[in-house]
Design a protein around this ligand. Structure first.
Ligand SMILES: Nc1ncnc2c1ncn2[C@@H]1O[C@H](COP(=O)(O)OP(=O)(O)OP(=O)(O)O)[C@@H](O)[C@H]1O
Ligand SMILES: [Mg+2]
Length: 282
């Protein structure tokens, strides 16, 4: 069920002109508007990608449909999309929200970190994991994530957080964001360029020694159940789909299922084109 927006906090950086908004469930959300300049389909891409990542057990923010009422918009004149000098308010209704991982007044969240801190990120192994996903979904963007300190048990999948008695209960973690350009953004195809999905710092792939470092995610992709996509499609707000999109989306997802076996070769193509990103891959 959609969650009502309560208060506008601020704008965030980025091409889709997102807004940080406090919602009625007590959480804050980075809201991508249906009228964003990257297109309505980016909301669909975000929604479906998040469902896939949950199944693959790759950390990413919780998502919700955020309801912006006409009253909220009347009280929040800074919510909108800037075109030229003019701010265009969005239509009242349902928009996409990616949950901020805490109270933005108390929790520092970073888009980028220096390598020395990246190396101490407790789930840096999720960068090879998400590369497998990005290749599968033809994410036509570079990889983006956020970093923050958290209780590890709250963020990491069980098999990671129970991996040793010396594991500190809190640490620096990353969570994968921005899936608007999966399925090649508004184009809904799979162009497979080697540079797509790569994170800008090779440091995050330093521990990769071979193809087996992309497991168990490759196996989860190989055996991925179509029912996850069916459910995501069923729960997707119909307001985010044009009649043409209603027709095209099932075929896009069928093609996604059909290309599961291609992922190892797509990763190999990345390694071939950008060997310096994988200095320890023998
Ligand atoms: N769940 C989240 N929690 C905290 N911050 C977030 C979250 N989601 C997004 N952000 C922040 O909002 C910014 C914009 O989000 P996002 O990258 O999804 O949108 P974008 O406008 O499509 O960006 P781009 O121009 O890179 O395509 C991010 O750079 C990040 O700083
Ligand atoms: Mg972005």
């Amino acid at each position: 069920m959609p969650v009502d927006a309560l208060a506008w906090i601020r704008n965030l950086r980025g091409g889709s002109q997102t807004h940080l908004i406090k919602a009625a469930d007590g959480h804050h959300y980075v809201v991508k508007l249906s009228s964003n300049p990257q297109g309505l389909r980016t909301l669909v891409n975000e929604w479906i990608s998040q469902r896939i990542l949950n199944y693959l057990r790759i950390p990413c923010p919780a998502v919700e449909i955020i309801h912006l009422s006409a009253e909220f918009l009347a009280q929040s004149p800074r919510v909108g999309i800037l075109r030229g000098q003019v701010l265009h308010p969005p239509p009242p209704g349902w928009h996409f929200g990616s949950r901020f991982p805490g109270d933005p007044n108390l929790l520092a969240v970073y888009d980028v970190l220096p390598d020395i801190q990246l190396a101490s990120c407790r789930n840096i192994h999720h960068f090879p994991a998400i590369l497998a996903f990005d290749k599968w979904a033809a994410n036509a963007d570079s990889r983006q994530s956020i970093f923050y300190r958290a209780r590890l048990a709250d963020v990491l999948p069980e098999e990671d957080s129970s991996s040793g008695p010396d594991l500190a209960p809190r640490g620096l973690v990353t969570s994968m964001i921005d899936h608007g350009y999966c399925f090649n953004g508004i184009y809904w195809d799979y162009p497979d360029a080697p540079g797509y999905g790569l994170y800008y710092r090779p440091e995050v792939y330093r521990r990769v020694r071979g193809g087996s470092d992309f497991e168990p995610w490759l196996e989860r992709i190989r055996s991925f159940p179509a029912s996850i996509l069916d459910k995501a499609l069923h729960e997707l707000p119909r307001a985010w789909l044009t009649p043409r999109d209603e027709d095209e989306l099932p075929a896009l997802l069928d093609r996604l299922m059909a290309r599961r076996g291609k992922v190892p070769a797509l990763i190999e193509a990345v390694r071939h084109k950008f060997p310096h990103y994988f200095p320890n891959w023998r």
